[in-house]
Design a protein around this ligand. Sequence first.
Ligand code: URA
Length: 251
Amino acid sequence: MRLDKLMEQENFGSRRKVKALIRSKQVRVDGHIIMDESLNVDAALQEIFVGERQILQKTHVYYMLNKPQGVVTAVRDVKHQTVIDLIEKKDQRAGLYPIGRLDRDTEGLLLLTDNGQLGYQLLQPQKKVLKRYEVIVNERLTKEDCVAFAQGIVFSDGKKCLAAKLQILSAEEHQSQAYLDITEGKFHQVKKMFLAVGKKVIYLKRLSMGPVVLDPMLSSGEYRSLNPEELQALLPYFTIHKKETSVKHEI
Ligand code: URA
């Protein structure tokens, strides 16, 4: 949530008053004086002080879902069950949405939050957030495929992918299994990358996104809140746009 919005909610006064407090260097986030009222903050993850008063309100929810096949990555859908339908009513919040998209037939890790700015940051191409997939294809994977992925796969429409790491786990004539690490999120990216080397994906599961790894204890369709370690690991993605100025607070 934006810092100024949070401060308004916490009764620090009107938007103008809040802005004045920020400009007068009275607001610190994790020890930094903040001059940008639009900074994305979460009092559950960061120490936010206005003068001597700490804002302790927990503002957002963060879930990891083990998405099953057959469920669409959308907030609502007229035909199919959505990932939001898998979240119990008591855990739903206004603005809860999935960060990024998995195809209907893809399973595995999907993060959901009502912190729109965090989702936005994780999906920024320049952040190059690493995603690991487990993949099964219908042909034998080879060392040449690993080289092609490392050099950057080119789609049939000429679009070039960033270098990706293909790690073959097993390779047989009609079926191979591998891990694939990619740092971008083009539409149907993994399936199209394999098609470019003449292979069809027959099973796809996301295992990790950035620092968050799918909990092996979560059965398909289950979800849980991110734990404090996972939330800490996501903190670098709370970074701010260029116009922010933050100054280390000297105590
Ligand atoms: N790449 C795909 O092709 N599909 C997904 O669901 C995710 C990545």
